[in-house]
Design a protein around this ligand. Structure first.
Ligand code: HEM
Ligand code: HEM
Length: 312
């Protein structure tokens, strides 16, 4: 039987990445208050798309498209996953999350960008992306008849270890991203104008929230990078299938690119391209780590319940 929900979840993940990137451009181009009202823009759903209105209204339109896309995926999941009710329930929670997120987007406009509301807007976006990634990975290869196929040559022990390390990496990257959003929204991006030192010191006097969060953001970058490299070293030692090892190598590449983008953001005094890409690559890295952790859980649970295993 052809099932459509796995594809719909994958499209949702890619769409969310695009939307996140656009949201970051909205902030970087100082277009956040280009539409003074919400949900309309200058009282219209089709305003003149010029200047900042282009970025802000495009972000809203793409967000509307995402809500519709994900509602469709949820409806498909209800029809096609009656044997795994948790998928529909998790998907329904995602629809709720998207609606809350849209209200937060509106609040950023109505209350003129309070730091915490903007930081929450990014954090909720990353939580939704993680949920969509879990759904896309958990349903990958599903034919509608029982559980999707497992990965050949991958044991339960390796599966659990993969979930543990990739999951720890994902949590770190999420916290690091929320902290980054705080740096951004409290205008702390240039509070350390030099790199790798901050104001000429490894740890300068932590006199305000801007310097404190920026310094913490740099230290946490080192820890997150080490965890992702640790995951790759484990994959080299453990009997991890080659395809999966390539994805893990992809995570290493992304974390290194992310650090480089952070450095370039500071050196270019927060130029639009590096800061916007810095948001996009953080999101892609988070999504990849969440996907890997989900693959680990899938492998562990299918190997432990052999009657569910259906190899290709
Ligand atoms: C119609 C609903 C929405 C509105 C009105 C809206 C509005 C905005 C505004 C005004 C900004 C700039 C915020 C700032 O400068 O502080 C922004 C940024 C952003 N938006 Fe939305 N948004 C909406 C929906 C969404 C959705 C559904 C997502 C993702 C699932 C999302 C993800 C983001 C992200 C990641 C940023 C960048 C935040 C940052 O740089 O820290 N938005 N949005
Ligand atoms: C694993 C590594 C890293 C991750 C996951 C990460 C993630 C993020 C995220 C998600 C944001 C918020 C973007 C937004 O609100 O749209 C941010 C902001 C920022 N990050 Fe990072 N980051 C990392 C490493 C670094 C490094 C190494 C540096 C500098 C040496 C850096 C410098 C910055 C700066 C300056 C901002 C604020 C940008 C602005 O004000 O527009 N980041 N980071």
């Amino acid at each position: 039987m052809t099932t459509l929900h796995p594809r719909a979840y994958k499209v949702t993940v890619v769409w969310t990445l695009g939307l996140l990137f656009l949201g970051s451009i909205v902030h970087a181009t100082e277009s956040s208050l280009a539409c003074p009202d919400w949900p309309t823009c200058f009282g219209s759903m089709v305003p003149e798309m010029t200047g900042g209105v282009f970025w802000e209204h495009l972000h809203r339109l793409v967000a509307g498209g995402l809500v519709m896309m994900f509602a469709l995926a949820t409806w498909l999941a209800k029809k096609e996953t009656s044997d795994r009710p948790w998928i529909f329930r998790a998907s329904l929670a995602g629809v709720g999350l998207l609606l809350v997120q849209s209200v937060f987007g509106g609040l950023t406009v109505i209350y003129q960008l309070p730091d915490l509301v903007s930081t929450t807007h990014l954090s909720l976006a990353f939580i939704f992306l993680s949920l969509a990634t879990v759904l896309a990975t958990a349903t990958h290869g599903s034919t509608g008849s029982g559980s999707p196929p497992t990965i050949e040559g991958f044991g339960a022990g390796e599966g659990r270890r993969l979930t543990l390390i990739a999951g720890a990496g994902a949590i770190l990257v999420f916290l690091q991203s929320a902290l980054g959003a705080l740096v951004r929204h409290t205008d702390g991006g240039m509070s350390c104008p030099d790199v790798p030192l901050c104001l000429g010191q490894v740890v300068p006097p932590l006199v305000n929230v801007q310097i404190t969060s920026h310094v913490l953001h740099r230290f946490m970058a080192v820890i997150a990078t080490l965890v992702v490299i640790g995951l790759y070293r484990w994959a080299l030692r453990a009997e991890v299938p080659t395809r999966l090892r390539r994805w893990i190598a992809g995570a290493v590449a992304l974390v290194l690119i992310q650090v480089a983008l952070g450095v370039v953001s500071v050196l270019t005094i927060l130029a639009v391209p590096p800061v916007s890409l810095h948001t996009l690559v953080a999101a892609a890295l988070l999504s990849l780590l969440v996907g890997l952790a989900t693959i680990g859980t899938r492998a562990a649970s299918t190997v432990e319940q052999p009657e569910l295993v259906e190899t290709r």
